[in-house]
Design a protein around this ligand. Structure first.
Ligand SMILES: Nc1ncnc2c1ncn2[C@@H]1O[C@H](COP(=O)(O)OP(=O)(O)OP(=O)(O)O)[C@@H](O)[C@H]1O
Length: 233
């Protein structure tokens, strides 16, 4: 059994008379410790899938297995625990608390789960030794994204879910962030899923999952993923 199994998942959003199938019988797997890149055009269902996998949304039908547990059957309380302990999120616009320093932002995340890593050590790992006492507004976009990655990995999560993590960054900074995510996957042995619009990123993945209109249209496994520095776009 794979570490993550998305099994015939349907997600239907109803508004009044109309309904939209954001996910239409979507199935894919990801193995433990893999870096998966999720590609697909706007509206293809990528964020919906990530939100369901992260316990922020629920499937209309289908099974979502993580480490052998079907989280689609979890109660609200179980989902809260799952989000707190098992999942780290990285968003496009960082979502840092503006009136807390970088260190305090990371400490905040550590406080909500029992098995957390040291906030100072985690900020050092992402290259922010010198900027721990700065507020988000005093940091560049790339530095803010590093804080948000530190915040996510300080929880010591099983899975790191990243929704367009470089969407607000220039190409060079974006590459540094992707390198950090690839290194995190390898060194910390965290399973990492990254949503992107950028097809050029496909070679960095252990596994490429392509969405189209709520369905999975391609799953490719790379025997030899390419370091980010070698990818041009
Ligand atoms: N809460 C919601 N209520 C109604 N429809 C929704 C909701 N969330 C998403 N949708 C619809 O579901 C479809 C899939 O959306 P989703 O955000 O998952 O796509 P995406 O592939 O992540 O797109 P993007 O790359 O633009 O972020 C879209 O048609 C969207 O409008």
């Amino acid at each position: 059994m794979a570490y993550i199994e998305f099994d015939h998942v349907i997600k239907e959003y109803r508004t009044g008379e109309t309904s939209i199938k954001a996910l239409d019988d979507a199935s894919f797997t990801v193995e433990k410790g893999e870096l998966a890149v999720i590609l697909g055009s706007s509206g293809a269902g990528k964020t919906t899938a990530l939100n369901i996998l992260g316990g922020m949304d629920t499937a209309t039908s289908g099974r979502v297995l993580v480490d052998g547990c079907n989280i689609a059957e979890y109660s609200t309380k179980q989902l809260i625990g799952y989000r707190r302990t098992d999942i780290g999120f990285v968003f496009q616009f960082y979502n840092l608390v503006p009136n807390l320093t970088a260190l305090e932002n990371v400490e905040l995340a550590s406080q909500i789960c029992g098995d957390s890593l040291d906030a100072v050590e985690t900020l050092k790992k992402v290259g922010l030794t010198e900027r721990m006492d700065n507020f988000p507004a005093q940091l560049s976009g790339g530095e803010q994204q590093r804080v948000s990655i530190a915040r996510a990995i300080a929880k010591n999560p099983k899975i790191l879910l990243c929704d367009e993590p470089t969407g607000a960054l220039d190409d060079t900074t974006g590459k540094q962030i992707l390198q950090l995510l690839q290194d995190t996957c390898r060194k910390e042995k965290i399973t990492v899923l990254i949503i992107t619009h950028n097809s050029a990123l496909a070679p960095m993945a252990d596994r490429l999952i392509r969405f189209k209109s709520g369905k999975i249209v391609e799953i490719t496994c790379n025997e030899h993923p390419v370091p980010i520095a070698e990818i041009e776009w």
